[in-house]
Ligand binder design. Structure first.
Ligand code: NDP
Length: 316
């Protein structure tokens, strides 16, 4: 195992991680950033981003991430490929293991590991991922213009994505496993009022059909157990997200879904010197702009923490 000492370690490379890096680098903290398993994060799966302030014509998600990376690099961030596989926050300085082979001792750690889409877990879903199976209607809906699609889920995300798909696709089958939806009433009403959305209540997916690409879905009514097949060329899963926090369990306070709890109005976690920003600590807003804003907060909090610690050490 190789070892290294780092002043400010950033884990994750979405808008939160890169914004933290820009601020930390400009503050002279010499940040080292590990990109993780999905460099660029969820925006790499997006097409056009139209709601990030400063881009009146919109910008492609992957382009935005390249720009953020270049900006972080410009101020001296050491950007590396690698995945944090283990941590030990039981003592300061904190330890983070990268790729099970490199041990970093860090004076401060900024966690920006984001959240990943949940899947149903069917073999057929996995087999056809990227070939009709998607977790992002906004990214992939366009490929199914004027075609029939299926979306699974009944929360606000599913309702929002179903409404989005209804604008592009000829028909949207929305599969809801209960006889009610979890989505807010306003979002439910929106999907119920769109004529090309058909809601299938008490319905679960047996199999996504197709060899090379999605051709349909076999569904089961969980009240009657009746099996039916729907024709569809797109299969969208919108059943929530899972924060990427498993390596921090046992050290950091989290809510019941595994989102890291930060002290209100800050990026501080329960461990001094460890900060969290972006979707890993936000299940509510989950926007590029809010992630970037919280990345800025994390870097400023880290800078103040390190400055206070240096003052304390110099008086020790
Ligand atoms: P949620 O956790 O709120 O909803 C997940 C949905 O997926 C539930 O309806 C759940 O069903 C269903 N589900 C879970 N697992 C399965 C499965 N294996 N098979 C079938 N269905 C399944 O996640 P969301 O991503 O929708 O929302 C997350 C948060 O973000 C919420 O707080 C939401 O309000 C917020 N949000 C707000 C938006 C807005 O205001 N514009 C837009 C998007 C999200 P069940 O109900 O049966 O458990």
């Amino acid at each position: 195992m190789t070892t290294e000492k780092v002043h400010c370690l950033i884990i994750g490379s979405g808008p939160a991680g890169y914004t933290a890096a820009i601020y930390a680098a400009r503050a002279g903290l010499n940040p080292v950033l590990y990109q993780g398993i999905e460099p660029g994060g969820q925006l790499m799966l997006t097409t056009e981003v139209e709601n990030f302030p400063g881009y009146p014509q919109g910008i492609m998600g992957p382009q935005m991430m390249q720009d953020l990376q270049a900006q972080a690099k410009r101020f001296g961030t050491d950007i590396r490929i690698g995945l944090a596989t283990k941590v030990d926050f039981s003592a300061t300085p904190h330890k983070v293991i990268i790729d099970d082979s490199h041990e970093i001792t860090a004076d401060s750690v900024i966690i920006a590991t984001g959240a990943s889409a949940k899947w149903l877990g069917l073999d057929s879903e996995k087999k056809l991922q990227g070939r009709g199976v998607s977790s992002c209607a906004v990214c992939d809906g366009f490929f199914y213009k004027n075609q029939e699609v299926v979306i699974v889920g009944a929360g606000d995300s599913a309702a929002e994505e179903a409404s989005y798909l209804a604008k592009i696709c000829s028909k949207v089958h929305m599969l809801v496993r209960k006889d009610e939806m979890r989505a807010s009433v306003i979002m439910q009403n929106r999907v119920k009022n769109l004529p090309n959305i058909q809601i299938h209540w008490n319905t679960e997916v047996e199999e996504v059909l197709g060899e090379e690409e999605v051709t349909g879905v076999r569904i089961r009514n969980n009240k009657t157990q009746a099996l039916t097949e729907l024709n569809a060329s797109g299969f969208f899963v919108a059943i929530g997200h899972q924060p990427n926090t498993h390596i921090f369990k046992g050290f950091l306070d989290m809510d019941e879904q595994g989102y890291i709890l930060t002290k209100p109005g800050s990026a501080h976690t329960n461990i001094p010197g460890v900060f969290a920003c972006g979707d890993v600590q936000d299940k509510n807003y989950r926007q590029a702009i809010t992630a970037a804003g919280s990345g800025c907060m994390a870097a400023l909090d880290a800078e103040r923490y390190l400055a206070a610690r240096e003052v304390a050490l110099s008086h020790a």
